[in-house]
Design a protein around this ligand. Structure first.
Ligand code: AMP
Ligand code: MG
Length: 482
């Protein structure tokens, strides 16, 4: 079987999208095709890896079953309302079904201008395309819900930013590309009919068991609340900073979407920001749970016209659900961070212990991932390894007492190992991969792809892939993926 597209989104009324084909490219050339994702999606890798396949993945050729379109949406960007955004550099090619029958969107990104491009050129260059490919695939392999990357293809055309770069196209795979901003688009136009069509479409494809439920829209809301709490907690757990948590980048299917200026923390700093455009630190590490709540509140507003009852009652039930977020988040966070220090359950002592550990990392400028991971060695060692300070000594003492009381060494080590990846797709590695690719080298990329496949293990002889950046390698600023 080569590639079979379904098209359910284009059955929706025309106010949901603009039908538009990707721009033709000069000389498409494969950089990466994702074999394991092909397998999950029941797509034939060997077909994609032909001239015809590469032409489809670059947007040059339209598959016979594909009916490309750009989706419309709106959104709050850095808190400012933008009434119309939309896929300005992306084309939805259609949908494929995986082996279990789940629907996935295939979307090209960097595939040319659309009616929503505003001033942009609709293009992407190789850097952001590769960044999205490796980081999203890494996220998937550490079990964080995310859009995935089926391919990265060079277009053979130049893209002009501060400099001239090789143009590229990513094929992004998502459960859905519907965002909070898609709901906001119709809500802000008081188009309740379209809003209902949108919610019903989403429920039909993602929560079919809710279709007959009397409170289906409120149930949808509760599911999104839980999904977003799960998502943001999983980011916090690995020190991931998304960087642009705008409502147009907040997926209703609760997948990590839009890998622009994102990065993982090396040395822990709770207010860490990488993005060059986030000057106020709105989307800094520690603020991500607050922004989650802000974005959910935006989503809640859009559902008011769809719920039954008086205005007061509707607002009241939504508000109650929103008010439950901090406690739900806190419990999830506590459980996940407990696992990071080797405990599978929440005990009364855990919270203080976790926070004390984080304070040590911050005040002693220690690496987030590697320090948690090093707890495996601390379990067995009578000397302190992570730090020699008295504060750490005293922490270790209290921690060891607790794990001894509640568990055993073997279990603790197992829990730490499976909850703290050995490999982190660090920003300086991403930069190295990109710089090498610009001179046709793939050494770091190939190593990274191997590490991405087994992120909880250390591959022999790849020591450099597991350490934090040197002072010179440190990436201080990241940029939006345009
Ligand atoms: P983002 O910050 O990546 O979520 O993008 C915000 C909006 O800008 C979306 O509507 C994008 O489609 C649009 N956009 C970003 N880069 C480009 C580009 N190079 N050309 C056209 N539109 C773009
Ligand atoms: Mg976006």
């Amino acid at each position: 079987m080569s590639l079979i597209f379904k098209n359910s989104f284009n059955q929706l009324p025309k106010q949901f999208y603009s039908k538009i084909e990707p721009e033709k490219t000069n000389r498409p050339k494969k950089v990466l095709i994702n074999n394991s994702l092909c397998n999950d999606l029941n797509v034939d890798y060997n077909y994609l890896d032909t001239e015809e396949g590469i032409n489809i993945l670059s947007g040059n050729l339209i598959h016979k079953d594909s009916d490309p379109l750009a989706m419309v949406y709106a959104g709050h960007q850095f808190g400012n309302w933008v009434p119309q955004l939309g896929d300005g550099r992306a084309h939805l090619l259609g949908e494929v079904l995986d082996r279990e029958g789940n629907k996935y969107d295939l979307q090209l990104k960097g595939s040319g201008r659309t009616p929503y491009s505003r001033g942009g050129d609709g293009k992407a260059w190789l850097g952001p395309v590769i960044r999205e490919y490796v980081v999203s695939e890494y996220m998937h392999n550490i079990h964080i819900p995310t859009t995935r990357s089926l391919s990265a293809v060079l277009t053979g055309d130049n893209v002009y930013r501060e400099e001239t770069y090789p143009g590229a196209v990513l094929c992004r795979v998502a459960r859905s590309h519907i965002r909070v901003g898609t709901f906001q688009y119709f809500y802000s136009r008081k188009d309740t009919k379209s809003l209902k069509i949108l919610a019903d479409y989403f429920i039909k494809h993602h929560f079919p068991n809710l279709e007959k439920n009397e409170n289906k829209y409120f149930e949808l809301f509760k599911n999104v609340v839980d999904g977003q709490i799960n998502l943001v907690t999983s980011w916090m757990k690995v020190g991931f900073i998304h960087g642009v948590m705008n409502t147009d980048n907040t997926s209703i299917s609760c997948e990590t979407i839009d890998y622009g200026p994102c990065a993982f923390i090396d040395n822990y700093k709770s207010d860490k920001v990488f993005s060059s455009i986030d000057s106020m630190g709105r989307y800094c590490y520690k603020n991500q749970p607050n922004i989650l709540m802000w974005n959910i509140a935006c989503f809640a507003s859009t559902l008011v016209p769809l719920l039954e009852g008086t205005e007061e009652k509707k607002v009241d039930i939504l508000q109650k659900e929103i008010s439950s977020i901090p406690e739900k988040y806190k419990n999830k966070w506590l459980l996940e961070f407990s696992k990071k220090i080797g405990l599978k359950k929440i005990y009364p002592e855990n919270e203080v212990l976790i926070n004390r550990f984080l304070e040590i990392l911050e005040s002693e400028n220690l690496d987030f991932t590697n320090s948690f991971r090093a707890l495996i060695k601390e379990v067995e060692s009578s000397n302190e390894l992570i730090s020699k300070t008295d504060t750490f000594k005293s922490w270790k003492n209290d921690w060891k007492k607790l794990i001894k009381k509640k568990s055993n060494q073997k279990e603790v080590c197992k829990t730490i190992t499976s909850n703290n990846p050995a490999f982190i797709m660090r920003n300086h590695l991403v930069e190295k991969i990109i710089q090498e690719l610009l001179t046709d080298k793939k050494d770091t990329l190939n190593k990274a792809l191997e590490c991405i496949e087994k992120p909880f293990e250390k591959i022999k002889h790849y020591e450099k892939m597991y350490v934090g950046p040197t002072k010179e390698q440190e990436v201080l600023r990241t940029f939006c993926g345009t």
